[in-house]
Design a protein around this ligand. Structure first.
Ligand code: BGC
Length: 808
């Protein structure tokens, strides 16, 4: 396993679904799971193709209720390709005798390779070398190259190449009781000399999808003797090719496809566009060359080199790879958000949560145009967020916890506990903190880029409307002289109500309240940054009054933060919950990450215990530096002592099950400076989480993109102390002992900086022509930053104490 290749040396049916998710290829426009070309959806395989933003809604009757669900639709399968020697069976991994098998995901070039040698029942041995790409340069194209070698036989061979639109969404077992048939077939036809075209439409959102394909055979001996037959059924189009092969002589089969949808810009119809795009695609080899070039450009911007870390380095690259396959420069114009499980499977139905919080920091520092595009997805859904706020009796904009096509609340009202088989009310929509996450993302994007136009045109409006929402949900408690936010849920999804109450929701979740206070301050700061015209325009358009703006300042100073036993309380009343018997349950169940399900199945509820699914209060130490928090607390009129951080971290680490993959990221982050060994262990676990299917077998249903991005961010910001504060770039390196060195590039205010950190030395180089900020902070020392390689900033830092000690 090199640091660029994820490889498997044998075929393992039990692992196949996981490998399909991990070997997904995509380009931000669409993605296809790494299922074998000859496979169809069954207990082992699940070929799936998903279009960014390709949602459809279905209604199912369940538990006597009509349940509507919007899904990211599994599109027509473009992979099918199979062969059979004359009179034999179609190749099948389960019936053929397999001598050798190897699968490789090449992260550098973005290709999936598979090589195998198989023998059929008649003793005919055939080698197959398959190579696949989903084009990163030309986002509508994808291609498969198969090289077949009859090793010990000669004769006729049949190759079947199909487009199959009869697929449904059935990738997640626990959703199977709900409707999954989203596609209505429209056309399956032949065109030109060797093209086939399949057109289908989603049943409710009427997204039309067209896939055009041609399959060509290249071999000296057979090229002009190919019999081609068109096979057609509703939702299915195929070409069957029949030709002669000779022992020891390889034949190459190329299947090239073009996919368009009615969501595309600059097309007449998806069918026409697909046929045209396909007609201009060259041979596989030239597609591969362009595709690999597009990837090399991305890697030049995005790679992070970890010295001396073979497997860890490979996994980090795998995470960068999947992030860029889900959102890429092609996403910028698409009006899409970031689905929590990538475009890699159907878990969470392709919905968009708050996970962007973990994803944008990486993009902000490299391809901020993508963040801008993704934030515009949120801006376009301001009207829907306003509607949600209004319907709930609030003002401003209240974004949904789960978002899909049009920004309505997509969180299900019931969810199935597979452990008990019961359908239970789902209150997770009460996670109003998603609004703070969106505001946070707007602000951090602005800080990283200095993009005032964005702030002026879109960002400020979102900040104002979110601030307005927080102001309307906050209520003043006369006795305490503080504002409160009641009836919400924090990031920890285990607690959705007090055990002594029938009403869902908790009061004064510390994370939510502090984030709301932070939002008020940023809204006011953004307002001050607007030019007078825009300030007036927005004020008029949103009917912002002077009193309202004053109230933001007032509430932002007086929000309540609960404490108990010298630590921040996750929410008010947390101290009244029972301690949980972690050891007993670990012994009884082994994996207790889904404690909520375990306890419900036992007839108990996790609401009774001091047990969290994921980092909640600790999110504060992840999102803000100690300096920022000190400032926030003092603004809120609370004391902030460093010891309180340590106490709070210790307290919740012991009481969290890490039932969300996001949790380990936060925990690794908060320990990065105080306990480097424990932090590294948490990071390694987070890195292994998807590749080893550590989240209880869920990766097969889609990768955990927030956690993947979080591992990258831990390295790029957590270990370097990289932050932008007071308009200055700050660094404060603290590498784990196991990490000898780190080098990467970041884009700061429109220009690139090269960073190298290792062996107690930090080097930052600005390119020729640098006209960015003239200073940079390392620890509390300020350095002048000049253009050109020869003007490096170099400083030594104390590797164990992790603080800079001298300029070099
Ligand atoms: C976590 C959420 C997260 C969601 C999607 C859930 O398990 O609790 O915080 O947003 O998964 O990744």
């Amino acid at each position: 396993m090199t640091s660029w290749i994820l490889s498997y040396d044998s075929y393992d049916p039990d692992q196949e679904a996981l490998r399909e998710a991990l070997c997904t290829l995509g380009n931000g426009y669409f993605a296809t799971r790494g299922a074998a070309e000859e496979s169809a959806a069954d207990e082992i395989h699940y070929p799936g193709t998903y279009l960014a933003g390709g949602y459809n809604r279905l209604v199912t009757k369940i538990a006597k209720r009509e349940i509507g669900n919007e899904d990211l639709v599994n599109l027509p399968n473009w992979l099918p390709l199979n062969f059979r020697p004359e009179g034999g069976e179609w190749f099948n991994l389960h019936t053929a005798e397999i001598f050798s098998y190897r699968q490789e995901l090449d992260l550098k070039q973005g290709i999936l390779r598979r090589t195998l040698r198989a023998r059929d029942r008649e003793g005919r041995e055939t080698s197959l070398a398959a190579c696949r790409l989903v084009h990163m340069g030309a986002p509508h194209l994808a291609a498969i190259e198969w090289t077949l070698t009859p090793e010990n036989w000669s004769g006729r061979i049949e190759v079947l190449s199909a487009l199959d639109g009869r697929v449904i969404n059935s990738g997640v077992a626990r959703y199977r009781q709900l409707g999954g048939k989203h596609l209505v077939p429209l056309a399956s036809e032949e065109f030109g000399e060797d093209g086939i075209l399949l057109v289908a439409e989603t049943s409710q959102s009427y997204i039309r999808i067209a896939v055009a394909a041609h399959t060509r055979v290249y071999a000296d001996k057979v090229s002009d003797k190919i019999e081609r037959q068109f096979r057609q059924a509703e939702g299915y189009a195929a070409h069957a090719l029949n030709f002669e092969v000779a022992e020891g002589h390889p034949v190459t089969i190329e299947k090239i496809i073009a996919l368009h949808s009615s969501r595309d810009h600059a097309i007449s119809s998806p069918g026409l566009a697909a046929v045209e795009t396909l007609s201009e695609a060259g041979r596989f080899e030239s597609l591969l060359e362009d595709h690999a070039r597009a990837w090399s450009h991305l890697w030049h911007r995005c790679d992070i080199v970890m010295e001396g870390q073979g497997r860890t380095q490979m996994i980090l690259r795998l995470h960068i790879f999947h992030l860029l396959q889900t959102v890429s420069p092609h996403s910028v114009d698409l009006d899409v958000g970031v689905p929590a499980r990538g475009l890699h499977g159907e878990a969470y139905r392709g919905h968009i949560f708050w996970d962007e919080l973990f994803i944008f920091p990486f993009l902000n520092m490299r391809i901020p145009e993508i963040t801008r595009g993704l934030l515009r997805y949120r801006h376009r859904r301001l009207p829907a967020a306003r509607r949600l706020a209004r319907e709930a009796g609030y003002r401003g904009a209240m974004y949904p916890w789960q978002s899909g096509s049009d920004g309505r609340e997509e969180t299900q009202i019931l969810h199935l506990n597979p452990k008990s088989g019961r359908w239970l009310p789902d209150n997770s929509h009460l996670q109003r903190h998603v609004n703070a996450a969106i505001a946070y993302n707007v602000w951090r994007y602005y800080q990283a880029t200095g993009d005032r136009e964005f702030l002026s045109l879109y960002g400020a409006e979102m900040l104002f409307e979110i601030a307005r929402f927080w102001a309307s949900i906050a209520t003043f408690n006369q006795i305490r002289g503080r504002y409160e936010i009641r009836g919400v849920m924090g990031p920890d999804e285990y607690h959705d109500r007090y055990p002594w109450s029938d009403t869902p929701g908790l009061n004064n979740n510390a994370y939510t309240n502090i984030m709301a206070a932070w939002v008020f301050r940023r809204a006011l700061e953004a307002r001050a940054l607007l030019d007078t015209d825009r300030r007036v325009e927005l004020g008029e358009t949103l009917a912002l009054t002077g009193d309202e703006i004053t109230s933001w300042d007032e509430i932002g100073r007086k929000l309540l933060v609960p404490f108990h036993e010298g630590v921040i309380s996750q929410f008010e009343g947390y101290e009244r919950l029972l301690e949980f018997e972690w050891d007993i349950y670990r012994e009884k169940y082994g994996d207790i990450r889904r404690l909520d399900r375990i306890l419900e199945a036992e007839g108990d509820t996790v609401n009774r215990y001091k047990a969290s699914k994921q980092a909640d209060a600790l999110m504060l130490f992840y999102l803000f530096s100690a300096e920022e928090l000190r400032e926030l607390f003092s603004h809120l009129g609370y004391n902030f002592e460093g010891e309180m951080i340590t106490r709070t971290v210790d307290y919740y680490l012991k009481r969290t099950s890490n039932g969300s993959s996001l949790s380990g990221i936060v925990h690794s982050w908060v320990l990065a400076r105080s306990n480097r060994a424990a932090s590294w262990t948490q990071l390694k676990e987070a890195l292994e989480s998807d590749i080893a299917d550590g989240q209880g077998g869920t990766t097969r249903e889609g990768i955990h993109l927030g956690a993947m991005a979080g591992t990258i961010d831990l390295v790029q910001r957590g270990h370097t102390g990289l932050e932008i504060r007071d308009d200055l770039l700050h660094l404060n390196p603290c590498l784990p002992e196991e990490l000898q060195g780190l080098s990467f590039r970041i884009r700061h205010r429109g220009q690139w900086l090269d960073m190298e950190i290792g062996c107690g030395r930090l080097t930052v180089s600005a390119p020729e022509g640098w006209d960015g900020p003239r200073r940079i902070m390392v620890g509390d020392m300020s350095f002048a930053l000049h253009a050109g390689e020869r003007n490096k900033i170099a400083c030594d830092y104390e590797q164990n104490g992790c603080s800079p000690i001298k300029k070099v």
